[in-house]
Design a protein around this ligand. Structure first.
Ligand SMILES: *Cc1c(COP(=O)(O)O)cnc(C)c1O
Length: 364
């Protein structure tokens, strides 16, 4: 059968391995599997969200309110922007999809860091646009600028703040200085999937969407309920931008793209500040253990502003390490597909981390 030519170049997203797969393949009991591969909140679903989902299960037969105004208003209050400045997606992933399809085409280009969130490239390839990447794995604004100045056809620039899968994060000041140099017709997407973590650890990293879109009307800020808010399975994310951008993204939005229970769960999670704050605090307390462990074992790591840490290896092979851990029921993320001999480990609960160190020590 014939398909669009462009699909030849589109790769499927390599998702973190699910618990079910490890049960099937290695015959390990669910209770003995530790999933530190997808950057979910290890403390689970926020209690207030569980309550909201249970209380509203009987409404699942109805379509959601198409405007999703309740959640948009809650977010508008949280970020002090207007509801007209907000679009919701089935994960912030979907907002990335809208943004890419709103501008990218075979005659222009997009720019991103060499090693960053894989979906930027996948959505871009669907449009057959040209994909430009910085030479360094991590975000370096001077490299972005250099490429930007040499390529007048760039329509979209991606900044992942902090960056998945490496964990590094540019300071707000550096981001703003960079944005000063960018033409107002170029859309700059600031992916804040881990902003809650970064701004807790270091206030210099904090990006305020209101301030951002007022100063730079060509920016789109992205947030998600999948990480700190503990709702990866509910698929809710959002974009914040000026009204012109939101209006155009909405033209690509399918009807009812976020489910009614997801909207309610996200709203409840947004109000469960105690849960979120505790998750973030625990995350950085536990991260110290990963840093100490790495130093003791002579493993290089990247200072992380997220809920994961990336270990870099020189002699050991990251794929082998990931496979061995998997056979013992521990799911982490091998980064060899990014051209790195490295693994990304989601920071788990104290007990999960203990188990990781125990098993990992045996491999070393
Ligand atoms: C997890 C993640 C997202 C979005 O996840 P959704 O579940 O689709 O909201 C976006 N960007 C980065 C960098 C991420 O790590």
């Amino acid at each position: 059968m014939r398909f669009n030519e462009v699909l030849k170049n589109v790769k499927n997203y390599e998702a973190g391995k699910p618990i079910e797969l490890v049960m099937r393949e290695f015959g390990i009991k669910e209770s003995e599997i530790i999933k530190l591969g997808s950057n979910e909140n290890p403390y689970g679903t926020p209690p207030k969200a569980i309550k909201a989902i249970k209380a509203n299960a009987n409404k699942a037969y109805m379509y959601p309110d198409e405007s999703m105004i309740e959640l948009r208003e809650a977010l508008s209050e949280r970020f002090n922007v207007r509801a007209e400045n907000i679009i919701l997606g089935a994960g912030s992933d979907q907002v990335i999809e809208f943004a890419v399809h709103s501008k990218a085409n075979p005659n222009n280009a997009v720019l991103m860091a060499k090693t960053t969130f894989a979906m930027y490239e996948i959505y871009s390839k669907q449009t057959a646009t040209k994909i430009l990447k910085t030479p360094s794995h991590e975000h370096k604004t001077e490299e972005f600028l250099d490429i930007y100045k040499k390529n007048k056809d760039i329509e979209i620039i991606f900044l992942c703040l902090p960056n998945n899968p490496l964990g590094e994060c540019l300071d707000k000041k550096e981001v703003y200085n960079f944005l000063e140099e960018i033409d107002e017709n170029v859309l700059v997407i600031l992916d804040g999937a881990y902003q809650e973590y970064a701004s807790y650890k270091d206030s210099n990293k904090k990006i305020e969407p209101k301030d951002l879109i007022e100063k730079f009307p060509n920016t789109l800020y992205l947030g998600t309920f999948s990480k700190a808010y503990g709702l990866g399975g509910m698929r809710v994310g959002y974009g914040i931008a000026n009204e012109e951008i939101i209006k155009n993204l909405k033209k690509l939005q399918p009807p009812f793209n976020v489910t009614s229970l997801s909207i309610l769960a996200a709203h409840a999670a947004l109000l469960d500040e105690k849960f979120v704050l505790k998750s973030i605090k625990n995350n950085f307390e536990e991260m110290i253990r990963y840093e100490i462990f790495a130093k003791e074992k002579g493993i290089k790591y990247i200072e992380s502003y997220t809920n994961f840490i990336t270990y870099l290896f020189s002699s050991k092979n990251s794929s082998e390490i990931a496979k061995t851990l998997l056979r013992r029921g521990i799911i982490i993320r091998d980064l060899s597909s990014y051209g790195l001999n490295a693994i990304r480990i989601t920071i788990g609960t104290p007990k999960q981390n203990e188990r990781f160190f125990e098993e990992f020590e045996k491999i070393l």
